[in-house]
Design a protein around this ligand. Structure first.
Ligand code: SAM
Length: 264
């Protein structure tokens, strides 16, 4: 079957890695699992006998029916030909339950998929995800404040999930080999909005404004976003430097600043 590079088709061929990815979700015997981009079934084949229900979302209109054919005997597997970004996860997860997600992601839409997972996690639809992505993106997702890779993606991810960096694979683990290394992350969805006493919509907007321009201080980014000087000067907490950049602050400090200066 003809490979479609535009769909990010680098198929996993390292057997040890295939098992390690599935193992990272633990006991799945009572779980519904959503696989993103099953492709030729490298992960699907190991996963399917282990979980209660497997919903595999594949966009490629040639690969999806071939995969469905392969799993006709396994009634717990459903291959859905669809764009993961268009699917409403609420329709996949049984009422009152949560699902887990697994996937060697199509790298060209990694950020969009992650944002979708965070919003489904916040909605109480997902418990955990084990996802592979380009190493540089994974490093940004998992970075701590103050290190070079920390930015909006890190802050957003860590407001929504506990992030664990599991392992990294070389290009040779795939066919054809991509030009980049790949890293597997485990995300345990645990939104922090209530704990940090911020509203999700307002705080997400605040984070985007705070990280808008890396070379600017946080205060200058907020001024550029339209925050009024009296609100900034009147509310700015004494223990946060007025020269600080958003990249240097822990989420607790960002939340305190937001609560102090955001207009109600
Ligand atoms: N899971 C397989 C493996 O590990 O060998 C394939 C992984 S490959 C990196 C990414 C897969 O995602 C491809 O099968 C590709 O066709 C599929 N894909 C690309 N864009 C997609 C989308 N928007 N929605 C669902 N699947 C997509």
């Amino acid at each position: 079957m003809k490979r479609k590079p535009k769909l990010g088709q680098n198929f996993l061929v390292d057997d040890h890695a295939k098992h390690a990815i599935v193992d990272a979700l633990g006991d799945l015997s009572q779980r519904t699992v959503i696989e993103i981009g099953p492709g030729r079934g490298a992960i699907t084949g190991i996963l399917s006998p282990r979980c209660k229900r497997l919903l595999a979302l594949e966009l490629d209109r040639d690969l999806a029916p071939a995969l469905a054919q392969r799993f006709t005997e396994q009634s717990q597997v459903e291959v859905i030909e669809a764009d993961v970004l268009e699917v409403d996860f609420a329709t996949l997860v049984p009422p009152g339950e949560t699902a887990d997600v697994i996937g060697n992601l199509p790298y060209y839409i990694t950020s969009d998929i992650l944002l979708k997972l965070f919003s489904a996690g916040s909605a109480g639809l997902l418990s955990r995800a084990v996802v592979m992505m380009q190493r540089e993106v994974a490093d940004r997702v998992a970075a701590s404040p103050g290190v070079r890779d920390y930015g909006l993606l890190s802050a957003t991810a860590q407001m929504n999930a506990r992030v664990e960096n599991l392992f990294t694979l070389p290009p040779a683990a795939f066919s054809p080999p991509p030009e980049v290394f790949s890293t597997v992350l485990r995300l345990t969805f645990a939104p922090r909005f209530a704990e940090l006493k911020v509203d999700p919509v307002g705080f997400d907007r605040f984070l985007k404004q705070s990280f808008a321009q890396k070379r600017k201080t946080l205060e200058n980014n907020l001024r550029a976003a339209g925050y009024a000087q009296p609100d900034i000067s009147g509310g700015w907490p004494g223990d946060i430097s007025r020269q600080a950049r958003a990249e240097s602050l822990e989420l607790e400090a960002m939340a305190r600043l937001y609560r102090a200066i955001a207009r109600k």
